[in-house]
Design a protein around this ligand. Sequence first.
Ligand code: DOR
Ligand code: ZN
Length: 348
Amino acid sequence: MSDILTLPRPDDWHLHLRDGAMLEAVLPETTRHFARAIIMPNLVPPVVTGAQAAAYRDRILAAMPEGADFTPLMTLYLTEETDPADVAAAAESGLVTAVKLYPAGATTNSASGVRDFDKVRGVLEKMAEIGLPLCVHGEVTDSDIDIFDREAVFIDRVLDPVRWATPGLKVIMEHVTTRDAVDYVRGVDSGLGATITAHHLVINRNHILVGGIRPHYYCLPVAKRELHRVALVEAATSGDSRFFLGTDSAPHVVAAKETGCGCAGCFTAPNAVAVVAEVFDEAGALDKIEGFLCRNGADFYGLPVNDGTITLTRAEPQSWPANVASGDGTVTIFDPARPIHWSVTADT
Ligand code: DOR
Ligand code: ZN
């Protein structure tokens, strides 16, 4: 393949933009390369109602860098009190693109998530009826389940039963980290997709723990052993349209990462596309990168592929600044832990 690739502007099917000063600092890092992103609703307090989603979308649009062409695709945070009629109204007006399910306690700001799945049955049925997808953080939270097993156990205990109980519900299993999840998604013919992050394509659990604890590689779901990373690379580079990029770029200030109880999240917005290009190049699969970055997710969500292009160029190893400054503090940019030869430019 050539050393220069021109692709339609890609989408990020899972992104944390936060709010206020942090939103202002990180939004340009996404709009530089991506045309759209699914915006996670785990603010404090969470984005639960259509009115809250509309207000959050307005704050994102107000923070847009000059000249940016970017569409935030809003989501609602599913709680046991979520009103099916509010969800339906928000979907029908075009305000929201998906609903997000966090099992209560699974990750950052998930305390308002779901404990009893029977309590959200009405919302899920309404979503199936109107074709509104459910984005799922797929980890159980039971204290007796080892953190490295929480995704695999979630598939058996929650995801599979919920899918069977709600025929027609479109589900995205987000940021999959295991061979188990890849196999599960491959076994379902329609209505189930999965996002894969850039960081889970290049790190395994050794990156977090060997030679000292490295908090900037700690995210949830936590990176697993190497065989799982290899399964993710195989899924992403296979051309299987059920898999697409969702960066899960999740900024936290350094003080919240480098501490006795550090937050989960890798801030990958600045280099996610370049990291993906490196992985596809190494796999000899650059002919499949357009599907993973630009087409598969759009097809799954029933949206058109974006207008405009980006150009990927293979050259000498790239470097990035170590961090991005925000009014709340400094955010460390993800270190891919390998040379990245691809640079990304947005075409005008
Ligand atoms: O690593 C993560 N960070 N995983 C999540 O699910 C949430 C996210 C965050 O909001 O920081
Ligand atoms: Zn996330």
